[in-house]
Design a protein around this ligand. Structure first.
Ligand code: ZN
Length: 299
């Protein structure tokens, strides 16, 4: 019994000697893991790698923005570039957001460069005399009932429409133009007809007042299948041409301008046949963001 304190003292002394030795041995065997730990070069380089991946995209976006517009670009890409220049302090999600902002600014600048960024809606309209200077007739099929005026589109939209119709045809989908450019006077007559039929309030859901139709921009076109079945009516939704347009229009610079579920934003019923040319970059932006032009174009 009297030797017990001595034994305990010995054990404690042994433990004090053994612990640092064991700790040193453990540190040696786990050295590779420690190298990957916080504070070591491997870890510190991770955000830099992410930033390197993001930086060229942002640079390209900024280059596109500055090349495509003689005007100074919006402030967003500049701000984004600043964040990218200091990747060590910016968390990865901030870089992603900066890249998104830069891409959006570049898309808007590209649309502005070909004057495809005009926003016409219930509130913003065009003057009675506005008529695009570069109206041409695209080399595509139109339904027989399409007027001479309605076969015109602005040149960039017309060329893109030709490419889109050709692409659809390669996929076995034959499209036809229903209605393109519409003058202020034509729109006034059209709206008056709807208003007589169903009253002014209801007419406003399906047709625009004069000066407020996208068709007056020369950048909008109603499209149907070659048969003309369900042309510019609700039953066009779900048809093969409608599905093809929903899936591929953005590849050719067009967007379904009044999508389903965004009626409260656009002010119009779902119109799967009404395509609006905005250029490939902005069309992709509309599709990726799930937003409409009303939300993306600067006011
Ligand atoms: Zn339309």
């Amino acid at each position: 019994m009297r030797r017990s304190p001595t034994v305990i003292t010995l054990l404690v002394a042994l433990a004090l000697i053994a612990l640092p030795v064991a700790a040193h041995a453990f540190a040696r065997t786990s050295a590779p893991a420690a190298e990957r730990g916080p504070g070591e070069p491997g870890r510190a380089s991770a955000p830099t790698a992410a930033a390197v991946g993001g930086a060229p995209a942002a640079s390209r976006a900024r280059a596109a923005a500055s090349e495509s517009s003689p005007l100074a670009g919006p402030p967003a890409p500049e701000h984004g570039a600043e964040i990218l220049l200091a990747p060590q302090v910016a968390p990865p999600f901030a870089n992603a957001r900066a890249v998104r902002r830069a891409a959006r600014a570049a898309a808007l600048a590209a649309a502005a460069a070909e004057e495809a960024d005009v926003l016409v809606d219930k509130r913003r309209g065009l003057g009675a005399r506005y008529r695009p200077r570069d109206l041409v007739v695209p080399r595509v099929a139109f339904l027989a009932g399409t007027s001479r005026e309605g076969r015109h589109l602005r040149r960039p939209a017309a060329r893109a429409l030709e490419r889109m119709f050709a692409a659809a045809r390669r996929d076995g989908v034959r499209l036809a133009g229903v209605s393109g450019f519409r003058s202020f006077a034509s729109q006034r007559d059209l709206f008056a007809g709807y208003a007589r039929e169903r009253g002014v309030e209801n007419a406003a859901h399906v047709s625009a007042r004069a000066g407020h139709s996208e068709h007056q921009t020369g950048l909008a076109v109603d499209i149907s299948g070659a048969s003309g079945r369900c042309a510019a009516t609700a039953c066009f939704a779900g048809t093969r041409p409608a599905r093809w347009l929903a899936g591929h229009a953005h590849e050719h610079g067009f967007v379904v301008r009044y999508p389903r579920g965004r009626e409260h934003v656009t002010g119009y019923d779902y119109e799967p046949w009404h395509l609006r040319y905005v250029g490939a970059a902005l069309a992709r932006e509309v599709r990726d963001s799930g937003r409409t032009l009303d939300e993306l174009l600067p006011r």
